[in-house]
Design a protein around this ligand. Structure first.
Ligand code: ZN
Length: 118
């Protein structure tokens, strides 16, 4: 699991798919290499966008892990959530069993969305 492999730092990446169904996960480098925040590498992000487009997929979510805090967007997560059209997925490793939650964040307003993981 990427989120565990990258401890103590946050792991991050993008999910690509059709409509609301994610079909492909792109694990990405956390350029911040930090336990408290993450930044995509612009070149890597560009490559992922291009590769998803080549496969006819859209980027439908970005995800990152919270190594020791709950699966809730931090103030910084909300501030940096620029895209109201994608889901923001957070994987928390604060408990023994990882918790995954998804949010839509529109202009600072956070709404949790139900997700099925399979
Ligand atoms: Zn966060």
């Amino acid at each position: 699991m990427q989120a565990r492999a990258e401890l103590p730092n946050e792991a991050c990446g993008l999910l690509a798919g059709k409509g609301e169904v994610a079909q492909k996960r792109y694990g990405m480098t956390n350029a911040d290499a930090s336990p408290e925040h993450f930044t995509f590498l612009p070149a890597e992000q560009f490559q992922v966008l291009r590769s998803a487009r080549t496969e006819g997929l859209d980027i439908i979510a970005n995800y990152h892990s919270h190594p020791v805090t709950p699966a809730r967007p931090s103030e910084e997560d909300i501030r940096l959530a620029f895209d109201p059209n994608i889901l923001y997925v957070i994987v928390s490793l604060a408990d023994v069993v990882p918790v995954v939650k998804a949010y839509r964040i529109k202009f600072g307003v956070v709404e949790q969305e139900l997700v099925e993981i399979y």
